[in-house]
Design a protein. Structure first.
Lengths: 223, 165
């Protein structure tokens, strides 16, 4: 059974805090709070298209995916359609990260032309007569990405989507699901029995400066 | 969802089969435009086996990560020693044009153990499939852990396109 939540454990705490990583969340579920058993079989891979039996480079479709996507995930606009074709969920626990940024260009208002293109077409022009605007380039990549979201929910600024998913061997009882949801999505939930955790179960969070992950042009010295 | 000023963290997994771990979406890099990216990766101690990091472009697995052949993992190889390791990688993707369609990815990486000693640093030019001959809209690092006791992680992917004129 595949469970998908938005965010990661501790996303809403102060930056610099240590939060459970995938290994830590797995330890929490299986060893500390005994919420359920996770799928670890190296022959089982969950994909968008179904559950596959894998061996070396061979894969065989076994069953359709049973899934539960959290309400908060859906409220954010992330449904099953958010995951593209051939998406791999693997097994065990994963804290996934996708970043996306709209791209802009400066154009002469009303024309869609850059200043350079405008001058090439119109010749010498008084700058005082021009009005410039910042235009969102809705290129193929952006259109494709935006279509993954529920209509009207795709953020229109640089952003990161953090998702946490777990694959269990059986359906979780409701109390275990609610507890899991609290650990991942509830900003005020606390871990129990913290003395059982080791340093390797945690990762540090940090503040994101909003810089996009794609840059038109190579870093200094590589061009 | 993280917006400017919000919190972020590394992408991690305990999956023993291939999983899509870290991704940059909403790109529009034409097939004929070369680009490269940087990324850091790690594995925790817990089991004697190597974690592997591969590459997907759009929906095509250009390099399938493997826990068996660490040298072929274009986005990050680790050794089979039961210890924490981390490393960094630069990957280049060349243009795909007519008659030159079997173009994979080339990586160069350094790998360090938990004591800060370099344990592997080499060129990795291994791809299991060519890039799609289409606009590159998604770059995805996929990963595999050798055992559920090992956490594999990666972060800080930055993509740079090269000018072609």
């Amino acid at each position: 059974m595949l469970y998908i939540f938005v965010g990661f454990p501790g996303i809403n705490r102060l930056a610099g805090n240590l939060n459970l990583n995938a290994g830590g969340l797995q330890y929490c579920v299986e060893d500390v709070e005994h919420l359920g058993l996770l799928e670890h079989d190296p022959a089982i891979q969950y994909r968008k298209e179904g559950i596959f039996g894998v061996h070396d480079s061979h894969a065989e479709w076994l069953y359709p995916v049973k899934r539960r996507i959290s309400m908060m995930c859906q409220q954010n606009g992330i449904t099953w359609g958010w995951f593209p074709e051939n998406w791999a969920f693997g097994n065990g626990v994963t804290i996934h990260k996708t970043s996306a940024s709209p791209e802009y260009k400066i154009v002469v208002h009303g024309t869609g032309l850059s200043l350079d293109q405008f001058l090439a077409q119109h010749g010498t022009t008084r700058l005082a007569e021009l009005e410039l605007e910042r235009l969102h380039i809705r290129h193929e990549g952006w259109e494709k990405y935006e279509a993954r979201w529920r209509p009207g929910t795709c953020p229109q600024e640089p952003h990161i989507v953090h998702l946490t998913w777990l694959i269990t061997t059986h359906v979780l009882p409701e109390f275990a699901y609610q507890r899991l949801q609290a650990i991942i999505e509830d900003p005020v939930s606390q871990l129990k029995h913290t003395e059982h955790y080791l340093d390797r179960h945690f990762s540090a969070s940090r503040k994101w400066d909003g810089k996009p992950s794609v840059h038109r042009g190579v870093p200094g010295g590589m061009g | 969802m993280t917006r400017v000023g919000g919190n972020t963290t590394e992408a991690t997994t305990t999956s023993t089969t291939v999983v899509d771990l870290l991704s940059v979406a909403s790109l529009s890099i034409s097939a004929a435009t070369p680009f490269s990216f940087f990324e850091v990766y790690r594995k925790s101690a817990g089991f004697a086996g190597s974690a592997g990091f591969g590459l997907k472009i759009n929906t095509t697995e250009v390099r399938t990560p493997t826990a068996a052949n660490n040298a072929g993992n274009v986005c990050g190889p680790t050794t089979t020693s039961d210890r924490a390791e981390n490393g960094s990688v630069t990957v280049w993707l060349n243009p795909v044009v007519t008659s030159y369609t079997f173009i994979g990815a080339s990586g160069r990486f350094g790998n360090w153990d938990s004591a800060g000693v370099s344990v592997a640093g080499a060129n990795g030019t291994s791809s299991t499939a060519p890039q799609p001959n289409a606009t590159r809209t998604d770059v995805i690092v996929n990963a595999i852990s050798p055992n559920a006791a090992v956490t594999a992680g990666c972060d800080e992917m930055h993509i740079y396109t090269y000018a072609t004129s």
